[in-house]
Write a protein that binds this ligand. Structure first.
Ligand code: SF4
Length: 191
């Protein structure tokens, strides 16, 4: 494990462990409070994220920020946001299993440094890898699962909500459940 953020970010930025390194513009390590009690994990950077070097900055990111704000969460204040893979998959395809495996060590290292109490999986890719293989996100979103002392919950990916706005109320309910859980178990998130 790398035990300083500076070194971790430096190593991520020069990583060429999988083929996604060949087509990326920037490595998207993550954004937010490095002492956050709540960590959000998406899938991988899209075009805007690749260009800016920050996760969730396109239309999906704007929707995510709105939903976060509704429950007093803010990427610049009290949460951290990362992805399963740190480099953009071409044409926004799902990251391949081997790409996720190669990149997982970086994410594990981030989790070890942040030590969150709650992890929220944004979408199917992170939910099936981090919560359980057969996770049915349309049925099991909003449910908390405990793993190694950390609570994990999945909600619908913001890009999926842009495609199917009818699902926004369901996702919002997940954020309300998250707010309640934070109030129950977190110490500083709403300080
Ligand atoms: S996706 Fe992850 S493992 Fe692959 S090159 Fe980028 S940082 Fe390295």
């Amino acid at each position: 494990m790398i035990d300083t953020w500076d070194e971790l970010i430096h190593k991520c930025n020069s990583c060429t462990s999988c083929d996604l390194a060949k087509t990326r513009t920037n490595v998207v390590v993550g954004v937010g409070n490095k002492n956050a009690e709540v960590l959000f994990i998406g899938e991988g950077p899209g075009e805007n994220e690749d260009l800016r070097g920050e996760p969730f900055v396109g239309r999906g990111g704007q929707l995510l920020d709105k939903m976060l704000a509704a429950v007093d969460l803010d990427r610049n204040k009290n949460i951290y946001i990362a992805n399963m893979v740190k480099c953009r998959p071409p044409k926004n395809r799902d990251p391949l299993p081997q790409e996720q495996e190669q990149c997982l060590g970086w994410l594990r290292n981030q989790v070890q440094l942040i030590r969150p109490k709650i992890i929220v999986c944004l979408g199917r890719v992170s939910a099936t890898r981090l919560i359980k293989k057969d996770m049915k996100i349309t049925k099991e979103h909003g449910i908390f699962f405990e793993k190694n002392g950390v609570l994990l919950m999945a909600t619908l990916h913001p890009a999926a909500l842009l495609r199917n706005p009818n699902n926004k109320p369901d996702a919002f309910q997940d954020f309300l459940k998250l707010r309640d859980k934070i109030k129950e178990i977190c110490d500083h998130t709403y300080d």
